[in-house]
Design a protein around this ligand. Sequence first.
Ligand SMILES: *[C@@H]1O[C@H](CO)[C@@H](O)[C@H](O)[C@H]1NC(C)=O
Ligand SMILES: *[C@@H]1O[C@H](CO)[C@@H](O)[C@H](O)[C@H]1NC(C)=O
Ligand SMILES: *[C@@H]1O[C@H](CO)[C@@H](O)[C@H](O)[C@H]1NC(C)=O
Ligand SMILES: *[C@@H]1O[C@H](CO)[C@@H](O)[C@H](O)[C@H]1NC(C)=O
Ligand SMILES: *[C@@H]1O[C@H](CO)[C@@H](O)[C@H](O)[C@H]1NC(C)=O
Ligand SMILES: *[C@@H]1O[C@H](CO)[C@@H](O)[C@H](O)[C@H]1NC(C)=O
Ligand SMILES: *[C@@H]1O[C@H](CO)[C@@H](O)[C@H](O)[C@H]1NC(C)=O
Ligand SMILES: [Zn+2]
Length: 312
Amino acid sequence: MIVLLVSFAALLCPTIHSEDASVGEYSTTWPKIAPQYCNRSNQSPINIVTASVQGNPNLTSFNFTGFDDNSTFRDIKNSGESVVVNLDDEKMTVQGGGLPGLYNTVQFHLHWGNGSSSPGSDHTVDGKQYPMELHIVNVHSKYNRNVSAALAAEDSTALAVLGFFIEGTDEVNKPKGWITLTSFLTSIPNSGNTNTGIKNQTTLNSLIEGVDRTKYYRYQGSLTTPSCNEAVIWTVFKEPVKVSHDLINRFSTTVFFKDESASVLNTNSFRGVQPLNGRVVTSQVVQTAASSAAAFTLSVVTVLLMSSLCWL
Ligand SMILES: *[C@@H]1O[C@H](CO)[C@@H](O)[C@H](O)[C@H]1NC(C)=O
Ligand SMILES: *[C@@H]1O[C@H](CO)[C@@H](O)[C@H](O)[C@H]1NC(C)=O
Ligand SMILES: *[C@@H]1O[C@H](CO)[C@@H](O)[C@H](O)[C@H]1NC(C)=O
Ligand SMILES: *[C@@H]1O[C@H](CO)[C@@H](O)[C@H](O)[C@H]1NC(C)=O
Ligand SMILES: *[C@@H]1O[C@H](CO)[C@@H](O)[C@H](O)[C@H]1NC(C)=O
Ligand SMILES: *[C@@H]1O[C@H](CO)[C@@H](O)[C@H](O)[C@H]1NC(C)=O
Ligand SMILES: *[C@@H]1O[C@H](CO)[C@@H](O)[C@H](O)[C@H]1NC(C)=O
Ligand SMILES: [Zn+2]
């Protein structure tokens, strides 16, 4: 019995995080953030402290429409800040997942560092920064797929952004969708370059394969680039997409911030984490480190109680 309780207690033991909670230094190549909303208090990205994440029963599974449809990519563009793929927002929607209604899926873009062994994600988890992050931008259906109108409304639920961490894998040519995506980078080296050849080649699902989409963090925040509007319901998925190192490396070695002649490669296109200012991050987790520590204490007390009972 005691052995059972002890092993039970061991199972409940909180996982030890070896990562330092600090987030390191950020690049100076990323344009300085200044305009309008960037100095407000609900900014993104943030460092997610897993021990402070609270359980939230509203965070059910999502319904994704059009994510398996290979005719949804409209074009791929070098925006000067990022690589953006514009999507068919009539065919693609997201709902469920605790979101207040139906959202149209407008575009996705990426943030990266300087190759697969360099930090590049916007969000961090317990101080861990991944090499890249994929953002799928969705706008509430009440704005009729007009993002400018949604931002003008000063509505904190106007956009729902889905964030996926990207992690390097030694497996080659993974996932297939990333081979297709990265094959277009050489055709859009300069800011403003667009290629419509990406139509009918791949699906959004093939870029985020392998991730359990029922496990995610939720918090209220902003766009991570100017004008930093505090209009975003953030979803950050816990599991990373595993992408071959060489495919990750293509971003920081192919795409330029402005134009090739200026020869400034787009690297470190992440903002750096912002203060929480009292905001709470929630998740499906019912068991936080704090509650498992409490459970551990309870088990120890039970073990002691049981063993003292043995002496009676
Ligand atoms: C934030 O920045 C804006 C524009 O740069 C400025 O007008 C405003 O005073 C700033 N607010 C605070 C609280 O610093
Ligand atoms: C869950 O949703 C309800 C209804 O929208 C809301 O009142 C409640 O605060 C939400 N709970 C959490 C933990 O966010
Ligand atoms: C892409 O596929 C759609 C739907 O199957 C089709 O209507 C369209 O003509 C195709 N476009 C190209 C450029 O192949
Ligand atoms: C998601 O889809 C399922 C199955 O089609 C449906 O039963 C459910 O009501 C949908 N949920 C939302 C929030 O749309
Ligand atoms: C990125 O990495 C390359 C190769 O390792 C290096 O030459 C370059 O200086 C790095 N760029 C930045 C901005 O750190
Ligand atoms: C989108 O909204 C903006 C701002 O409200 C408006 O000026 C613009 O005409 C709208 N665009 C379309 C295509 O309706
Ligand atoms: C796109 O999807 C259609 C319908 O599911 C399929 O017939 C076609 O082979 C697909 N094309 C590619 C390039 O995967
Ligand atoms: Zn982004």
